[in-house]
Each structure stands twice: as C-alpha cells, then as structure tokens.
Design a protein around this ligand. Sequence first.
Ligand SMILES: Nc1ncnc2c1ncn2[C@@H]1O[C@H](COP(=O)(O)OP(=O)(O)OP(=O)(O)O)[C@@H](O)[C@H]1O
Ligand SMILES: O=C(O)C1=C[C@@H](O)[C@@H](O)[C@H](O)C1
Ligand SMILES: [Mg+2]
Length: 188
Amino acid sequence: MADNTTDPAVRPNLYLTGFMGTGKSSIGRELSRTLKYRFIDSDRWIEKDVGMKIPQIFAEKGEAWFRECEKRFIQEGHPAEGCVVACGGGLVVPEGMIELVESRGVLVALFASVKTVLDRTSRNKNRPLLAVEDPEARIRELMAKRDPIYRKVDLAVSTDGRSFADVRDAVLRIYRAHCSGTPVSKEH
Ligand SMILES: Nc1ncnc2c1ncn2[C@@H]1O[C@H](COP(=O)(O)OP(=O)(O)OP(=O)(O)O)[C@@H](O)[C@H]1O
Ligand SMILES: O=C(O)C1=C[C@@H](O)[C@@H](O)[C@H](O)C1
Ligand SMILES: [Mg+2]
C-alpha cells in the first residue's frame, strides 16, 4: 500500500475535532511526535494572537468573536502542510467550518461519552462553556446539539476506555489509509 505520509513532499495537515475532553490536544501532541509534524493547538494560537486567555476572551469579547478568531486561524494562522492541528472543541460548529477545514487537510473527529467528558474536564477550570453549576447537564445539552455536526466528519475515532497510545494509533491508521486512498470505515 502506498503510504504518502512517508513522502516528505506529501504531508497533508491532520486536524482533530470533537467535543471538549475527547483528547484533541493530548492525542494531537502525541501524533505530531510520531509523524514528526509540527503541533499546533488553535486555542493556544488564538490566546497568543490576541494576548488573552480563553475565559477572558469569552467574558470580554464573547463567543461569536472567538469563533471568528478560529476561522481566521484556519484560513491564515498555520502552515499548509506538515502540521497536526488540535482544533478547539467548537471550531467546526459554525456552518461551513467542516468544509473549510477539510479543504486544508485531513479532518478526524474524536468521540467520547458524556461520562468520559465529564471525568476528563472536571479537573480543569479553563473551559468557560463548562464553568457552570451543573457541568454534566451542560455537557449533555451541548453534546446533543453538536453531535450531529461532529458526525458529519467522515473519519472518526471513539476514545472511551482507550489509552492515549490506542487512540493515537487508531488516528494514525485512518490518516495513513486516507492519504493512500484506502477506504476507511466509520468508528463512532
Ligand atoms: N484516551 C484518554 N485516556 C485518558 N485520559 C485522556 C484521554 N484523552 C484525553 N485524556 C485526558 O482528558 C483531559 C482533556 O484532554 P484534552 O485537553 O486533550 O481534550 P481536548 O479535546 O483538547 O479538549 P478541548 O476541546 O477543551 O481543548 C486531559 O487531562 C487528558 O489527559
Ligand atoms: O467546545 C468549545 O466550544 C470550546 C472548546 C475549547 O477547546 C475552547 O476552544 C473553548 O473553551 C470552547
Ligand atoms: Mg484542546
């Protein structure tokens, strides 16, 4: 099987999407080491670009303004190849964003249950959308809205009960298969 990812001339960007806590940032970093690609996290890029942390951006500028920053990041904030990009959890939500990201490289969606997301996000207070009295109810409500959007992404990996290495290898397999033109079946 031809493997384009071993050809330095063909290194399409690998974008990770999915709900908060599915592991885009942590798995993305691991993937970038394995592929010897540059790792970029859209949340960190925006924080640096605007000079504010995410909670401050949401509080002072609002979510819609943040979504515009995410669009600008995809359009002009990173190299055209050789990158693993961990997208912010809501980056693909506005209409047209899945198509925009897919025009820049290979998009893979990570999935996890409400329980897993709650467990993985509860230790950390830097997600303004989950900084509410009942984060579980908020996750349920947001996930119900967003799940149909993430499911539009053709390449998908489930992360529930799987180790970092296992998820990393599953993403690598489908990225490489996709790059070499091999059909990939969905795994939600
Ligand atoms: N497969 C996994 N097994 C165990 N823990 C995991 C796994 N994937 C992620 N985690 C843990 O879950 C937490 C959230 O992961 P991470 O920050 O990578 O999520 P994210 O998808 O980037 O979230 P966000 O959309 O908010 O940026 C981290 O503490 C990470 O170590
Ligand atoms: O899912 C979301 O809407 C978000 C996820 C995070 O990565 C950050 O982009 C921010 O907290 C919003
Ligand atoms: Mg992240």
